[in-house]
Write a protein that binds this ligand. Structure first.
Ligand code: AMP
Ligand code: ZN
Length: 487
């Protein structure tokens, strides 16, 4: 299969590389999903929307993406929140998994191929930890298991950190029984009042990093094509995940590490711990999902994106311009004689195809969504111009085919960005509602005419018939009542 060349910026090599999947057309992709102790915020949403858009584009060019996004459904934050609210920790996690799906569905984020939950992979995590112990890469202290960082020579390669500098910077943590402050927990001995699972080292729970290693291994295998997440995860989460996975398998773990930049507020990272965040529900209460998703894609995924009402309002007006252009053109076809209006599958001319080329060039260049959106806007500008020409020259079939081709293309490209359904979904609904309303209004006119005839007001009755016939609506009086036919 001839695939388009795609370049991806790989965090591990700090450069754009040509994307060469291990086993095309299948692509194995893992995205670090939410820790489910609360509603996610608009910064987290950026990560989910970026990963979903990457996946959609890869599928658009012909790949089949096996996409895994986990739920971290056990960790300190969940335990702490459960203590605060008095809700059982597992019920709390379950509730926020449902909330995740609700908001993600609203934002047009497609369901992953698999959504594994950490708590459903405890045996796989234990096996992985055992393997690391057997290889001398992990050790047990009082029911805890730690990863022996100094024994994994490739440690620090992903984040570009020097192990000795890390050592100097490392706080001597409370866990003083570690061999080295750099070592991190794979398994944590149970504490009173906290959830725990049995293990060969006594009851306990997994560390955060081992969860992702185990879930990626279970659902994708030892070596995967793309691993994504926010750039706050590069160190330590992904560095540790990599050390564990490679340490256990002896094989490469990830071919392309893809990290999105922060969503910021007043130039500061939006985060729960800083308290400077807006939950997705708060944002969706103010702006429709199409506007929120458009805004999240309006910057390149690696750049920071600042949150402000002004930025969201700008996105609102941009989405409005696309919507208006497409709906106006579609309405024009509805009004046109069907003999002239081309079928919606009209082949686009080369004129139209150039917008698709510009869009794909942008997306293939490390998923440059702002440039891809600019290509859509060029198509929108042409659509407006060509629509006006078509109004003047409605019997020009080549022009009509181009306008129809452009409408189709804009829908298709918006769909790659996950925006088409969000922008036009309600307009399809509106369309159905408008049609229903039209039918009801015609029925009212027919009954009014009936009333007029009963009252012997024949001039009014004829007036109604004639006015309707101007709209090509013909009335037929049958013994059972009056029906109408649209010519
Ligand atoms: P969490 O639920 O905190 O584990 O985060 C879920 C995902 O959102 C991770 O991939 C994070 O890296 C990402 N993330 C968190 N905060 C931000 C932010 N302000 N901007 C962009 N991505 C973020
Ligand atoms: Zn992870």
């Amino acid at each position: 299969m001839a695939m388009m060349t795609i370049q991806i910026y790989n965090t591990a090599t700090r450069q754009k590389e040509i994307f060469e999947p291990i086993n095309p057309p299948v692509i194995l992709m893992y995205n670090c999903g939410p820790t489910v102790y609360d509603y996610f915020h608009i910064g987290n949403a950026r990560n989910f929307v970026v990963a979903d858009t990457v996946r959609r584009y890869l599928e658009f060019v012909g790949y089949r993406v096996r996409f895994v996004q986990n739920f971290t459904d056990i960790d300190e934050k969940i335990i702490r929140r459960a203590h605060e609210t008095g809700e059982p920790w597992d019920k709390l996690a379950e509730r926020f998994i449902e909330e995740y799906f609700r908001a993600a569905d609203a934002l047009g984020i497609q369901r992953a191929t698999v959504h594994p939950r950490a708590t459903e992979h405890i045996p796989q995590m234990i096996t992985l930890v055992e393997r690391l112990i057997a290889r001398g890469l992990a050790y047990v202290v009082q029911g805890n298991v730690y990863f022996r960082v100094r024994h994994f020579p490739a440690y620090g390669e992903l984040s570009g950190k020097n192990i000795d500098e890390l050592e100097e910077g490392a706080r001597v943590e409370v866990e003083e029984h570690k061999e080295d402050p750099l070592d991190f927990a794979l398994w944590k001995a149970a504490k009173p009042g906290e959830p725990s699972w049995p293990s060969p080292w006594g009851p306990g729970r997994p560390g955060w990093h081992i969860e992702c290693s185990a879930m990626a291994l279970t659902h994708l295998g030892e070596t995967i094509d793309i691993h994504s997440g926010g750039c706050d995860l590069i160190f330590p989460h992904h560095e540790n995940e990599r050390a564990q996975s490679m340490g256990a398998s002896g094989k490469p773990f990830v071919r392309y590490w893809l990290h999105n930049g922060f969503l910021t507020i007043d130039k500061e990272k939006m985060s729960k711990s800083l308290g400077n965040f807006f939950t997705i529900n708060e944002v969706l209460a103010k702006y429709p999902p199409s506007v929120v998703r458009f805004y999240l894609l309006s910057a390149h995924y690696r750049h920071p994106l600042d949150y402000s009402d002004a930025a969201l309002e700008e996105s609102r007006s941009a989405v409005g311009r696309i919507r208006e252009a497409v709906i106006s053109a579609e309405k024009l076809f509805e009004l046109m004689d069907p003999a002239i209006a081309p079928p919606s599958e009209a082949e686009p001319s080369t004129e139209v195809a150039r917008f698709e080329t510009a869009f794909c060039d942008a997306m293939s260049d490390d998923f440059n969504t702002p440039r891809a959106i600019a290509a859509i806007f060029e198509a929108v500008a042409d659509l407006n111009a060509w629509r006006l020409k078509l109004v003047q020259d409605p019997r020009n079939p080549a022009l009509a085919a181009d306008v129809a081709g452009l409408i189709n293309l804009i829908h298709r490209l918006l769909a790659v960005l996950g925006l088409d359904d969000l922008i036009f979904g309600d307009s399809k609904q509106e369309h159905v509602e408008e049609r229903q309303l039209a039918h009801e209004l015609i029925d009212i006119l027919i009954r009014t005419r009936q009333k007029a005839r009963e009252l012997k007001q024949f001039t009014l009755a004829d007036f109604i018939r004639e006015e309707l016939s101007k709209l090509n609506i013909r009335l037929q009086d049958l013994p059972t009542g009056t029906i109408w036919i649209k010519d």
